[in-house]
Design a binder for this molecule. Structure first.
Ligand code: FAD
Length: 377
């Protein structure tokens, strides 16, 4: 399909960042949309300014006349299968995909580095939102000479259509694992994480062996488009939620018209460590009725007791609402480092007791109703 529509003096908000966020307003004289096999290409001709958009990764646009218009996705056959795609590629026969781009997505004051990694699977490794890919880094497994490295899992941070909306790519949100000697405090590169460093150091065109997709626990239940989804993330744990939120608010998916409530709690160290913040802020602007977004910045903010602000402090702040939403069938998801769960569970237990409820019973019920979804690593 090719559509060419000359329009005069049309204002276009064009997010060009890899996270589909930073918007630049320009006046264009003509605009044409061409759907090509590799996704949606947007050409802009402007007398006053010329803009070349060569990233096929993230193009979403909202016309001023219809600021909430969504992006077309293809192929819609990705909606058809009744069964979740699972383990299409296994460690013995992984799929060789290609790195499209690697972008550092945290600011200079963030402790550590997190990268957004776009991988081209050419439509051969389909997945659903909330699943993970396995990655086999190149090289030899130090524990099994001659054998490849073990698979490392990474939550997929895009929807099934990928950041290029054509079903051919997947995105990962990877934190580079570094090792600091506990005695000297010095970095020891010989002990740096193998796979995360391979991914964060990779270059466009590099090959990457992937397995999967895997995991069912974080799939987004879509039977009720008016459902409430409470998402609790620390750091890269935001990955599956970025996928959910793009599906809910960015993509035009005929079979999923979300009109419920999505509430994201994101815990990171400081403002520079926020992940996909502008993308989430744009949903807040466009869908204030359907999206809530609360951040906990542990190194910048204090909780009410004067300690560091963690996600559980934010959960406590809104505990009445959260408990009511859970009682009314809301789904709650947790994703991120394992260490996040004990603090959160303690808070939920304390709040339940203050409300005269038994947390154990409530948790059993939430699990039984399939409202409770946890993926921590
Ligand atoms: P490894 O080489 O496996 O090393 C692990 C750690 O040990 C590193 O911190 C390394 O510095 C340290 N180490 C190495 N050698 C020594 C030594 N001699 N002594 C002491 N310490 C040492 N991660 C993400 O970033 N993003 C995600 O979205 C994500 N999703 C996940 C989803 C699931 C379901 C799971 C299970 C895990 C997920 N992970 C994710 C974690 C990821 O799978 C890897 O565990 C992580 O990237 C570290 O792997 P690595 O190969 O870099 O480190």
């Amino acid at each position: 399909m090719a559509l060419s529509t000359p329009l005069s003096q049309l204002s276009v908000a064009l997010p060009t960042g890899i996270d589909g966020s930073s918007r630049s307003m320009i006046k264009v004289q003509s605009i044409s949309f061409t759907e090509k096999s590799r996704g949606l290409l947007l050409r802009l001709d402007s007398k006053s300014r010329s803009l070349s958009v060569n990233k096929r990764s993230t193009i979403c646009m909202s016309l001023q006349q219809a600021s909430r218009s969504k992006v077309s996705v293809t192929p819609l056959e990705l909606e058809d299968p009744k069964e979740t795609p699972l383990n299409l590629y296994r460690p013995k026969e992984p799929y060789t995909a290609t790195i499209v781009s690697v972008e550092r997505i945290v600011g200079p004051q963030a402790p550590g580095e997190t990268c957004h990694i776009l991988i081209d699977h050419d439509g051969n490794v389909p997945y659903w939102e909330g699943q993970s890919y396995g990655v086999i880094p190149p090289g030899e497994n130090p524990k099994k000479p001659g054998a490849p490295h073990n698979v490392r899992l990474y939550s997929i941070a895009s929807t099934r259509y990928g950041d290029s909306f054509d079903g051919k790519t997947a995105s990962l949100c990877v934190r580079r694992a570094l090792y600091y000697d506990p005695e000297t405090g010095k970095e020891d590169p010989s002990k740096a994480g193998v796979c995360s460093n391979f991914l964060c150091n990779s270059k466009p065109g590099d090959k990457v062996k992937i397995t999967g997709p895997s995991g069912k626990v974080m799939l987004l239940p879509e039977d009720d488009p008016k459902a409430t989804h409470i998402m609790i993330a620390t750091g890269t744990g935001v990955a599956p939620f970025r996928g959910y939120l793009r599906r809910m608010f960015m993509e035009d998916v005929p079979s999923f018209k979300f009109d419920g409530l999505a509430w994201l709690f994101l815990g990171v160290a400081n403002t520079d460590s926020l992940l996909y913040d502008e993308e989430f802020a744009s949903y807040l602007k466009d869908y204030p009725e359907n999206f809530r977004y609360d951040k906990a910045l542990s190194r910048e903010e204090k909780n009410k007791k004067g300690g560091k602000m963690y996600v559980q402090d934010k959960i406590e702040e809104y505990s009445d609402e959260i408990f009511k939403l859970l009682d009314n069938g809301a789904h709650i998801y947790f994703c991120g480092l394992k260490g996040m769960m004990p603090g959160i569970q303690d808070t939920l237990k304390r709040v339940a007791e203050e409300r005269g409820e038994s947390w154990e019973q409530k948790l059993t019920q939430l699990r039984k109703n399939k409202q409770w979804h946890v993926e921590v690593y």
